[in-house]
Design a protein around this ligand. Structure first.
Ligand SMILES: [Zn+2]
Length: 416
């Protein structure tokens, strides 16, 4: 390798060292997992793993520098306002990760970040991030297990070290470091800058991606998951790239901008499809997955809308409703796309979706408010008052209660 990147990384490691002291010691190996995805007889033996260093390498080495950066990034994640702390969700993800981690289960420290892009990463020190945008896009536990297995594949093969050793120049490295330490992810724009910057330097090679896919596949299938899960997930992401409102994103096509740190290409889907065609059986664990993420769907969809790529959000909604679930929520968000996009015909479509939403038991109260708003603008005052009343009945503690009450009073000539 060239010396320059190692020197640059060493400087980063030293900058990170002060924070590293505050980190908890690495968790003991083979932490007990109470999670059993499938009966034990379904689990086939895995090939012997290569060895990540697992103990902090010498600070003077390039790998030591990489650990320093990782520890600093982990510290930032732990203090981030985007950290999702829900205990049930975190426990579930840890269990799924452990189910496909084999001997590395005890190495993993997993953090869920509320960021609307598809991303997961695992650093050489065992720090793993899973973004809510990934959880929103995975259709089932098998897809999640595959992608976590893929990350563990990068970890086990020490791909980040290989990447570092071919790093394209220290200026890039310095930029990445400054973004990581600036606390990444100040709003959605911050997220995409962060992700794009990391990817510009830390994008894994094609060979590393294919290898990680193979490892993720093997681990997930060995744990009893559906062999088709990985290729379905990648195919969905490619479809989402093609479904983008943004012509630049569509042109990137096979690079799938929503997963920038792991360049995705059609040949990866083909490779996994060929592999999966030789296997059958396995479980998707779709219902268990959906039940776990259901309480978060509303917030994650709201957050996804802030990306303002309505073509992509519409595809997510199609997948979420493919089994006829959460239709009130899905129809409400379809209405939201139309209301916010304001293209020709969107007004009528929004009305239709909100109307569909309120016929479902899980409709968010806001669907009534939006219907009230449209009715009021059309001068249908009695209807509008009915919708606003229904909204306040369902959301008595709404933040905009005073505002809606004022509108109600106006609509009913002050008799309300
Ligand atoms: Zn990857």
């Amino acid at each position: 390798m060239s010396r320059a990147p190692a020197v640059a990384l060493l400087a980063f490691a030293l900058a990170g060292a002060a924070f590293a002291q505050e980190l908890p010691p690495a968790e003991p190996q083979a932490a007990a997992s109470t999670f059993t995805p499938l009966p034990a007889e379904a689990i086939a033996p895995l090939p012997p793993p290569p060895a990540p260093s697992r103990v902090r390498p010498e600070i003077s080495t390039d790998e030591g520098g990489l650990w320093g950066m990782s520890e600093r990034a982990e510290q930032v994640a732990r203090a981030s306002g985007q950290l999702e702390r829900d205990p049930a969700l975190n426990a579930y993800l840890r269990d799924v990760a452990c189910g496909v981690a084999g001997p590395y289960c005890g190495d993993i420290r997993l953090y869920v970040m509320n960021r609307p892009y598809f991303n997961a990463q695992m650093a050489p020190n065992g720090y793993m991030e899973v973004w809510s945008g990934l959880l929103l896009r995975a259709e089932d536990e098998a897809q999640l297990a595959f992608v976590l297995g893929h990350e563990i594949g990068h970890y086990g093969e020490r791909h980040s070290l290989a990447m570092l050793r071919t790093m394209r120049g220290r200026a890039n490295a310095a930029m990445v470091f400054s973004i990581i330490t600036a606390g990444a992810g100040v709003g959605v724009v911050g997220d995409i800058v962060y992700l794009g910057t990391i990817a510009s330097v830390f994008g894994f090679s094609r060979e590393n991606e294919t290898q990680a896919d193979g490892i993720g596949y093997d681990h997930a299938v060995a744990a009893g998951y559906d062999p088709q899960a990985g290729q379905r997930l990648w195919a969905n992401l490619l479809a989402e790239t093609r479904g983008s409102d943004n012509p630049d994103t569509r042109r990137e096509e096979t690079r799938a901008s929503i997963f920038r740190t792991h360049p995705l290409s059609a040949d990866r889907v083909e490779a996994l499809t060929a592999r999966a065609s030789r296997s059958s059986g396995g479980e998707t664990q779709r219902e268990r997955y959906r039940q776990t993420i259901r309480p978060f769907l509303d917030g994650w969809l709201r957050s996804d809308l802030r990306r303002r790529d309505y073509g992509q959000t519409a595809l997510i909604l199609d997948r979420l409703s493919a089994h006829g679930e959460d239709l009130g929520l899905v129809e409400y968000y379809r209405g939201e796309i139309n209301r916010l996009r304001r293209a020709e015909g969107d007004r009528e479509r929004a009305l239709e979706h909100y109307t569909n939403a309120i016929a479902q038991p899980d409709a968010p109260p806001a669907a009534w408010r939006e219907l009230g708003d449209y009715a009021a603008r059309d001068g249908r005052n009695v209807e509008a008052a009915g919708f606003f009343g229904a909204y306040l009945e369902r959301a008595p503690n709404a933040g905009d209660r005073a505002l809606i009450e004022a509108r109600l009073a106006q609509l009913t000539g002050g008799e309300q």
